[in-house]
Structure formats: C-alpha cells, structure tokens
Design a protein around this ligand. Sequence first.
Ligand SMILES: *Cc1c(COP(=O)(O)O)cnc(C)c1O
Length: 457
Amino acid sequence: MSKTSEIPYKIYLTEEEMPKAWFNVRSAMAKKPAPLLNPATRQPVTLDDLSHVFCRELAKQELDDTTDFIPIPKPILDFYKMYRPSPLVRAYFLEKELGTPAHIYYKFEGNNTSGSHKLNSAIAQAYYAKEEGLTSITTETGAGQWGTALSMACSFFGLKCHVYMVKCSYEQKPHRREVMRTYGAEVTPSPSNTTKVGREILAAHPGTNGSLGCAISEAVETAVSTPNCRYTLGSVLAQVLLHQSIIGLETQAALKKYGIEPDVIIGCAGGGSNLGGLISPFVADKLNGKSNCNIIAVEPASCPSLTRGKYAYDFCDTGRVCPLQKMYTLGHDFIPSASHAGGLRYHGMSATLSELYDQKLMEARAVEQTSVFAAAEQFARVEGILPAPESSHAIRVAIDEALRCKAEGREETILFGLTGTGYFDMVAYEKFNDGSMCDYIPTDADLKASFAKLPQV
Ligand SMILES: *Cc1c(COP(=O)(O)O)cnc(C)c1O
C-alpha cells in the first residue's frame, strides 16, 4: 500500500455511495447465536412474546438470523443524510507522534449532537414505533448517551419519550439531562415512585443511587402498562447491531475506494453494538475466506465480561423481566465499580459478539482506566478530537498495536471505531489530570460470588 500520499486526511462517501441496506451479520454465521429465552417458560422467545415489549418490526429483526441485507427505509436514510456519512479519518498526526510505520484509520461517530453512534439505532427504533402507530416510547439511560440519542429521534418523529435515568447520573450530569429535555423528553431519576418496581426498590433500599438494571425494570413496566407505548434498548440486542452495521458498511466502502484492507480492527465493547456494527461486513469476509484481519474487542478491566466472564444463559437486567440471553457474562447481579466509562459498565455482551468470540473469530483485551485516559490525552493533543472515555478504550489498544508495529518494523493497517466525544465527561478528565483516578479490578472471589447466581438453564 504505497499510495499513502494520495490518501486524504478524511475519506467521505457521496450520497450515491452511501449504503442503502443494513447488513445482518448473523446471516453469514454457520453456527448462529443461541436463541433468546422467555424468562417465564425458559423456551425460545416467539414474535408474540417480544411484541409485548418491543414494536413488531423490531421484534422481527431481533429474531431474523437469515436475511442478509435489510433495506433501510427512506425516512431513516434521509435522517442519516443530516450527519452521515461519518468521516473515516487517516490518523497521520497520531502516526507521526508514535513514529510508527503502521497506517491508522478511525471511523468517527461523534459528529452529531448526541455525541455518539447511538443515534444510528435510535432513529431506526423511533421510526418503526411511529410506523406502527405508537405514541410513546420508554427507555433507561446510564451515562446519558442513549437517552440523548433517543430524545433526538423521538422529537424528529413526534413521539413522546420517557427516559429513566440512573439517579446518580441524573444528579452528576445535569447537562445531559437538560439536552434530553431540550429535545422534549421526560426524564425521571430512577428508582422513582412512578412505578411499582421503583417503589419496591426504594422501600427496600432507601437513599439508593440507582442502577441500570433497576432503570430498565422501571422503563419496561411503564411501557407495558401504558397504551400505545413500547420499550427500546440502545445496545446488546441483535436489532441494534443490525442498525449499527451502517458504521462498518460505510467504512468498508470508503476503504475500498482506495484499495485499503485493514489488518487489525479495534473497538470498545460495552453491550457490543458499535463494535458489532463496525465489524459486521468484515466478519462476513473473514467467514468467506476473503479477509484474514484480526478483530480486537476492548473492555474495561473493571467490567471484563469477555476476558473473565462465563459463556452462559443469563438475565439481561437485574429485575429479570427481559429475555434470557446466552452471552459472556459476569452475572446479572454483578455491580461494576464506578468507572468513568459509564457506557461500558454492562455485565453481559451481545449474543452475536459472544458467539463470534467463542468461535475465535475475535479476540478481547481488558484495559485499566488510567492507561485509557493517558491514551485519550495523547490522541486529543495531536488529532484534535476530545474522545469519550468509552471510545478511548479503543484508542488505547490502537496505540498499543501501532507501537507493536513499530517494534516489529511492520507496515500494518489499523482501523478503530471512535464512538463519540467526551464533553460531558470532564469530571473524569479532571480526576485524571489531578492524579486522583484509581483502577479497580474485581477479584476472582468477587466474580465467583456473582457466577453462583447465574440461572440454571
Ligand atoms: C454507549 C457507548 C459505547 C458502548 O456501547 P456499545 O453498545 O458497546 O457500542 C461506546 N462509546 C460510546 C461513546 C457510547 O456512548
């Protein structure tokens, strides 16, 4: 690949070149992810089971593991045009800073007001809800990125949006909350006394700061007890990976324009949606023998579901209302330490990514947050973008891989997903700059206690 000097700093696609269909990576897998199970019957979920909670078209996408390309409806394509294609950037300045012969590219998803890739699925989920004639949707949000993206999507399609925001984030991130309200969402700190499950949790744990699992339970309860209302989720599910495949399809189209093939693909993994979306078309190439690239999932050492978890059926939420999923999990009762990458604090992992990892089509690395913030600052100072703490996990490993290439004198092509910006995470940067940030790694005993509570399936 000696065309280096011809490759622009940013590679864009024209509207014509933009993908017109999402790609369902499960269609390319000979061994599919295990089916979701109904929590009451422990039998594979049916379309009807799922349709009580999710809108029907999304429930269909969730269960479809054979269709390869699913056309993107025109209203969603039109919305995408406002902020897509997202730029694929050649990190010339970072390469120079590291003195590496590697070629580094990143796909930047922070160029929209929500500040992350989550808008790609939020707009699709809001669209299908509107099409079905629903009037409102509910969700939970931890750090706030998903709630923000869904608020934007709902205001675009004229839907009411009710967000249960984990109480400690509600208090610590008032600006995120206000962005959601600016887009018309109702934001309730969770646990709240607006739901039965919320009142029960408050009675049992007065003064609790809340958790994602508890906010999910409140959002689901409100969805199933409100007419014309459904629940939505911003990660983990196969439908979300499907919508996020727009990231990988655009990246592949942009790279192809210049005849570039990645040797290493890196992404941070919380519930797995951005990584799943980025790698989908490349995984298909790997399965068809057309690519030999190395895929690396990066997770926090404080919440190491792939590197230290068990591959087993588990609940997706602490309230045990959602279907059971076979995945790499730390156990639904596992409470990760209060790391600053809120978007990566999930006990499990997408079933699709879990299966790819189990089939050794992907590797995983766990990294500590101080080393993540060191990478974030090194990157920000040369590439300009202030990265989200979640995204910076991918930056850490991209830099490590570039330094390996330098040591080995190899001119490899490294691609990573830069999922978002970190403007709402300045308290975390402040801790890092003050030298008061700590790393916490769960002990084997912590994990053992949590594994003991996995359901017997
Ligand atoms: C939510 C989020 C993540 C993690 O979610 P995935 O579903 O694993 O992609 C990563 N980066 C940012 C900026 C996020 O908001």
